[in-house]
Design a binder for this molecule. Structure first.
Ligand code: ADP
Length: 246
């Protein structure tokens, strides 16, 4: 579904954000991208969404070569992606429901169709009762769940979430992750970045980045590669379900 083949990303002034990334994301995966700030997690997600383009190597997303994609191909690529990115704040001048309806109205849905689907999306993240509320009246965790509803309202095949639990306490962070997991449970492929290792136990795959490189990769309980990452001792606590390479 997503294939990185020796992908590197260099920004101006010779900042190498990603170096020789080779990674296959299969349909239905739930992958956590872990690693310290500056490791390249955001860049990796931005490449999948074609917000950034690879400097070298090949990246294929749902059959499209991202490096060669013309701007006319972007809407088609992004229709398959639910994006929960840090720069995409909720619009403060309209209700929660209106925020979630927006992606549908942009793609030509009627108002009543958009409203029905937006309500269903809010119901899935447990916030239907907040439909008429202003986003600023919600807690950080609730706002993040509204962002998830907005991201999935177009029924994407892939969700990309960049640090969705940043600045949340554990209870709210768990609710946000539960909402994401519920979409994974119905077959949506999810990539979630985090620098918070407490959330990694439930993942079926964890990719550790450091200084732009994959330094460790767990798949179920199996360590697929372990070059230098030492925290957690390679044990992701996934109760011995050693499924190996899926
Ligand atoms: P993370 O999400 O893991 O914190 P990022 O992908 O944001 O990491 O950043 C990886 C590296 O690329 C960092 O050194 C960062 O400063 C640099 N970087 C990220 N975005 C840009 C940009 N637009 N221009 C220049 N450098 C950038």
């Amino acid at each position: 579904m997503i294939e990185f083949n020796q992908v590197s990303k260099k920004y101006a002034r010779d900042v190498v954000a990603l170096r020789d990334i080779t990674l296959t994301v299969n349909k239905g995966d739930l992958i956590f991208l872990a690693g310290p700030s500056g490791a390249g997690k955001t860049t990796l997600l931005n490449l999948i969404a074609a917000i950034e383009r690879p400097s070298s190597g090949t990246l294929t997303v749902s059959g499209a070569n991202v490096g060669k994609l013309k701007s006319s191909g972007l809407p088609y690529l992004r229709r398959n992606l639910g994006l929960i990115l840090q720069q995409q704040k909720l619009l403060q001048d309209r209700t929660v429901l209106a925020n979630v309806m927006l992606p549908l109205l942009v793609t030509g849905a009627t108002r009543s169709e958009a409203e029905n689907r937006a309500r269903a999306a809010l119901d899935k993240v447990g916030l239907l009762d907040k439909s008429a509320t202003d986003p600023k009246a919600l807690s950080g965790g609730e706002q993040q769940r509204v962002s998830i509803a907005r991201a999935i309202v177009n029924r994407p095949q892939i969700i990309l979430a960049d640090e969705p639990t940043a600045n949340l306490d554990r209870d709210n962070a768990n609710k946000v992750l539960d909402a994401l997991r519920s979409f994974h449970a119905v077959g949506v492929t999810c990539l979630i970045s985090t620098h918070d290792e407490q959330f990694l136990n439930s993942a079926n795959r964890v990719v550790f980045l450091d200084q732009g490189q994959i330094v460790d990769h767990w798949q179920n309980s199996a360590v697929v590669s372990n070059h230098s990452h030492t925290s957690n001792n390679g044990n992701n606590g996934n109760n011995g379900n050693n499924g190996g390479a899926a």
